[in-house]
Design a protein around this ligand. Structure first.
Ligand SMILES: *Cc1c(COP(=O)(O)O)cnc(C)c1O
Length: 459
């Protein structure tokens, strides 16, 4: 008989959670002082698109728990797969050993990914996948006798995570500027972001102009550049900025012409979010490296993967050659539970008409947000698949932003909490990124609440 656990190891009573939290937990992406007046939501349960507190309060998870929860919380098939996996194998190191979920998932990823991606390297979160892709690209050129290639081209407004390497290729001041002295400097290319196009210029023309900039950058820097890293179709954390798919097509051609790798960071946009399983498909391209995480496990467990092709893999394959092998390891690389959850997520995406249903939901969302375009403080309403964003500005004609200290987005967030919808604007960009299990009534609710919040916040 085991004794009762000491009080500090017991799960606390849910009613007391928010107070005890503030005494010990340091939250991500948060000025803790803000929570002197705004209690943390004590989440006790989740199901489908909904989060619930112990006292019965409910919130619609309109941002898919930081974009991870693509199929809805506690999807029955993923829950069953995880219970089964727990009875077989929890975790084992992936050096010198393998297991069925790691192999089956790699096979499945290779089958569904863009052509030519034949090898899967596992890591355990999005930022570490980006670190892997950066190191692998650099090391590949080094193994091929081109060690002078040490630089990366990244986009203005891009986001690739917050570990030091991933943060180096990130261009979002909020996350980057404080740590700039610790980071390496990428070569920054102007973004194809259609919001930034000059008046009278179409998104397609804008994409061609930005390709011209990229051509010039590559002409000057290709000899010292390992790779160009991009978020295909939507620069998410940078404010849900979207671009024409033709830009991806042109970028692939330019990278080939200059023999530079293309890294597609689909950590946020992968697994059906943009209307296709991978965003790269819409540009008709295959990258040299594809980074996936977030939706990979259906939002249940941390896992990431970097897919690459035979050409890269072969550059590392050698007998008795010091320094040739790719040495990058995380303790939880290829965790069996996480791989099993991911495998089931892919099975659901394959067995059920998820992408087809998403197209219907996206069309409904588009009709619901369209009227916001005429709002006096809305400069742009944009959408790619099941990502929609509303750009709030002080002046609609000049697109001058509100003063950051106004924190208009925060007011929308607070209104959402009161009305039972989790909207977590990025600055003054209010966006929707719901789990694919939502119904049109839930889309109506989140849009109605956002419209109310925007009215209050821009008064
Ligand atoms: C979230 C995100 C990352 C980082 O993933 P983490 O798991 O948070 O480290 C990298 N790239 C993109 C595009 C992301 O949206």
């Amino acid at each position: 008989m085991s004794a009762a656990p000491p009080p500090s190891f017991r799960i606390p009573p849910l009613v007391d959670l928010a107070r005890r939290d503030l005494a010990v937990v340091w939250h991500p992406c948060t000025q803790m002082h803000d929570h002197e007046t705004l209690p943390m939501l004590p989440i006790a349960r989740a199901e489908g698109a909904w989060l619930e507190a112990a006292d019965g309060r409910r919130w619609l998870d309109a941002v898919s728990s930081w974009w991870t929860n693509v199929l809805g919380h506690r999807h029955p098939r993923i829950v069953a797969a995880l219970k089964d996996q727990l009875d077989r194998l929890d975790h084992v190191m992936l050096a010198g050993m393998t297991h069925a979920p790691a192999v089956a998932l790699a096979e499945a990823l290779v089958r569904v990914a863009p052509a030519g991606l034949t090898r899967v390297f596992y890591a355990d979160n999005g930022s570490s996948a980006v670190e892997v892709a950066l190191k692998m690209s650099f090391h590949c050129w080094r193994n091929r006798g081109r060690p002078m290639r040490t630089k990366f081209i990244a986009l203005e407004g891009g986001y690739h995570g917050e570990t030091l390497g991933a943060l180096s290729v990130t261009d979002v001041a909020l996350y980057r500027s404080t740590y700039a002295p610790l980071l390496f400097e990428p070569i920054l290319a102007p973004s194809p972001d259609a919001y930034r196009r000059e008046p009278g210029c179409t998104p397609a023309e804008h994409a061609q102009r930005r390709l011209a900039d990229m051509r010039a950058l590559l002409a000057r820097h290709a000899h010292e550049t390992c790779a160009v890293i991009v978020e295909p179709l939507v620069q998410c954390a940078g404010g849900m900025r979207m671009h024409d798919p033709a830009w991806l097509t042109g970028l692939r051609t330019l990278c080939d012409e200059h023999e530079v790798h293309l890294i597609a960071d689909e950590i946020a946009v992968g697994f059906g979010r943009t209307g296709t399983l991978f965003a790269c498909e819409q540009g008709g391209i295959s990258p040299d490296f594809l980074c996936v995480s977030k939706g990979l496990t259906g939002g249940t467990l941390p896992l990431s993967a970097v897919l690459t092709g035979d050409a890269v893999y072969d550059a590392f394959y050698a007998q008795h050659a010091a320094g040739k092998a790719f040495l990058h390891s995380h303790s939880f690389t290829g965790n069996a539970l996480a791989c099993r959850a991911a495998l089931e997520t892919l099975a659901v995406l394959e067995d059920e008409p998820v992408l087809e249903r998403n197209r219907g939901l996206a069309a409904h969302l588009a009709t619901r947000i369209a009227p916001l375009a005429s709002h006096a403080h809305v400069a742009d309403v944009r959408q790619t698949g099941l990502i929609a964003a509303i750009e709030l500005v002080a002046d609609k004609t000049t697109r001058a932003p509100f003063a950051p200290t106004d924190r208009r987005g925060l007011r929308v967030y607070r209104h959402g909490l009161e009305r039972g919808v989790i909207l977590r604007p990025l600055g003054d960009v209010v966006y929707f990124m719901p789990p694919y299990c939502v119904g049109t009534d839930e889309i109506d609710l989140m849009v109605d609440v956002a419209i109310e919040g925007i009215a209050l916040a821009t008064r």
